[in-house]
Ligand binder design. Sequence first.
Ligand code: FES
Length: 251
Amino acid sequence: MRPAPSSASAALRSWTRHAFPNTSQTSAVATARLAPQTTSLTSQRRDQSTAAAATSGSSFDSPFTKYDTNKIPSFAKYKAKSPEVSNRVFQYFMVGSMGLLTAAGAKATVQDFLVNMSASADVLAQAKVEVDLASIPEGKNVIIKWRGKPVFIRHRTESEIKDAEGVNISILRDPQKDEDRVKKPEWLIMLGVCTHLGCVPIGESGDFGGWFCPCHGSHYDVSGRIRKGPAPLNLEIPEYDFPSDESLVIG
Ligand code: FES
């Protein structure tokens, strides 16, 4: 027992000196007081779950217990009513029809593409040109347009043919016999494009009685061979043919 305080200040001093209760001791006391209650609750719950397990056998209620998982389900209601052979015929028909449609579509697509890529009608029309030779008198030149280029057609005279054939080809810059440049001696057909820089030579002029290019002064003879000036080659001979005596087809 503590002595009774004599005054208020003595009571305050006495109270501040009074030690607070120990925390660990307090909690131990509280635990000791609560322990019987917790133990009784736990054992109560354990008794309840043991009783439930004893009555049902398991606490997990499976949703599949009402189905037999070893049984194969029946698909009878999805099967076709008609016989199997008629089904197969229908499948073959459908596959064949779709294949035909696909092939027709692919053919049309490829054909359209190729038609687009090919030459247009006006270009094809210019690919070949037919000329009536009866309208060209002997000793005259005719110039026609073929594939955008001029073509010289010369109806040569006997003396011009003799002159062209009599040339010694060893002196020529681009050696070529006259007979190698014509299919019929009286008809000389060649492109009217100078082999120097592409001007169009003038007919029946120049130092050799053939063609003269005024651009830089090239002279061609009556066989279209270069004889003088800067042009390196003879005038070019195009593809041509004589379907008859009176007609010429170029190209
Ligand atoms: S283009 Fe003909 S001589 Fe130059």
